[in-house]
Ligand binder design. Sequence first.
Ligand code: HGY
Ligand code: MN
Ligand code: MN
Ligand code: MN
Length: 413
Amino acid sequence: MDGLSKETFAELLPLLDRLASFGADAAGGVTRLLYTPSWLEAQTFLAGRMRAAGLETRFDRAGNLYGRLEGSLPGAPAVLTGSHIDTVRCGGRYDGAYGIAAGLLALEGLKRAYGTPLRTLEVVSLCEEEGSRFPLAYWGSGNIAGVYRLEEDGGVADPAGVPLAKAMASAGFGRPEQPDCRRSDLGAYVELHIEQGVVLERTGRRIGLVETIVGQKRLALTVTGASGHAGTTPMGMRADALAGVAEMIAALEASALAAGEPLVATVGRLKTKPNTPNVIPGEARFTLDVRHDRSAELNRFCEETLARFAEIAARRGLALEVRSWLDTEPAPMHAGLTGLLENVCRGMNLPTRRMASGAGHDAQLFAPLCPSAMLFVPSRNGVSHSPEEYTAPEHLAEGAAALGACLYELAYR
Ligand code: HGY
Ligand code: MN
Ligand code: MN
Ligand code: MN
């Protein structure tokens, strides 16, 4: 392969700009949540752009969007690339969208330069990965991999009380006559993504080759005490839910620091009731996100943390309720496919680094389904899930070219 022409990815930045316009928020970030109007606009725009690239497009029942370049070998397993179109609240413009945009342009460039592939090539815009709107994550890849059953698992509701099934229907999906989500015809999944960390930038490497994606546990916890008058209730007679949660969070941080890397633990969301300055909080709800690249350590840390939280609650006369809403295993990426990526990058004189991913990715849902691999490009200062998320244009173009070269090897050779 003499490489895709430079023009192949000339449209990458404008495409990312256009995608970032769907859900652009007042803080200069992007908020594009599953089944919202901005999500539907983005998917509809991408379907049109995929058709313009000469790809055959289809949505499945969950709203995953595919662009397909049919291969000439009958029945050969398909090669899939892509990422997720949803974002966190007030997120950046590259997380997810970059892998979709680069994959779309790579398929367009490969079709133009080499015509019909031997094996079918597809790019997918996965409907949801972040868990930003509903208390579940990986709704797109999870329905493809069979981790979710669309008809049964749509009962969760967003913070406004809108059930997922209702939001799905109002966006035009979830209908029995639409194509099923499950795929069993995949031969490979390759995801291009920003690193969202500082390793590549600090080590001066251009491409990250992901060896393992960390396992994650995400929990929703409710601590219940007693509301009361802030002025007339003596300190020793309170069941202050927020004070209890504050002690829990301080204990969590201390034990996570003591556990050492790669363990990370985060309380990202906290809501109190009645959330009023002169009332003792009677209820506090918070989320817990814990990650590690080894299951045993992840499980042990979570068990010890919940036991500590229960002890704090009991001592303070508080009730503690725990609900798990995400539990993914650490996922090793496919060694052969990662080796192919490494060779392709070497052939392009792109310095690489093998690494773990502290961020979760759809590739970990595809890993049990078919050989899966990921490549990263650097994130400036490691910032992501923020309007400050940024990757230099030359790094974006290099990652896209490496993806294109890898897809050529997988589908045309
Ligand atoms: O949170 C994550 O790891 C990913 O960005 N969804
Ligand atoms: Mn993300
Ligand atoms: Mn992502
Ligand atoms: Mn991800």
